[in-house]
Design a protein around this ligand. Structure first.
Ligand code: THU
Length: 159
């Protein structure tokens, strides 16, 4: 038997203003994308913005449905949209922000487990780490890769 331990390194910024300019503008686009959310059931509006290696930024938001599980999170809407619109482009960074009752949340909204699994596969496919920037009114956190958020992802189809 062996005991193993994982460490996750990430940066915490007191505000978006402290971020490098490229990430600041990506986070701003995620905040703006909350405006396109269709979230009449949860009233929790999430925006995501993905920076591609061809310079494009793809924005999306959560889209809900009366049959609740049929809705989709902002992060998966964004990566599937980017994958379909720009096949082969590498996803370099994703920024996420959320609004509740018309205000940016006080704490960051982290991608859910299903979104992490979807994002990590694009990260693997691209062969470069995808930076994850999670913003909020209270602080902004930056993770160097999706794998930092989901170290034990599923990729074992070959057995
Ligand atoms: N949601 C996202 O879009 N991204 C997340 O990271 C967490 C949750 C959405 C799903 C649902 O529409 C609403 O937020 C409440 O869970």
């Amino acid at each position: 038997m062996q005991n193993k331990q994982l460490n996750i390194c990430y940066q915490v910024y007191q505000s978006g203003d402290e971020l490098p300019a490229e990430w600041q503008s990506l986070l701003q686009k995620a905040v703006e994308a909350t405006g396109s959310a269709y979230a009449p059931y949860s009233n929790f509006r999430v925006g995501a913005a993905i920076l591609l290696d061809n310079g494009e930024v793809v924005c999306a938001s959560n889209q809900e449905n009366a049959a609740y599980p049929s809705g989709l999170c902002a992060e998966r809407s964004a990566c599937y949209y980017a994958g379909a619109a720009y096949p082969g482009a590498k996803m370099l960074a994703i920024a996420v922000a959320a609004c509740h009752e018309g205000k940016l949340t006080e704490t960051p909204t982290y991608p859910c487990g299903a979104c992490r699994q979807a994002l990590v596969e694009y990260e693997e496919r691209g062969g470069v780490p995808m930076t994850v920037i999670v913003g909020s009114a209270g602080r902004v956190e930056v993770f160097g890769s999706v794998k930092a958020l989901l170290p034990f992802y599923f990729d074992n189809l070959e057995g």
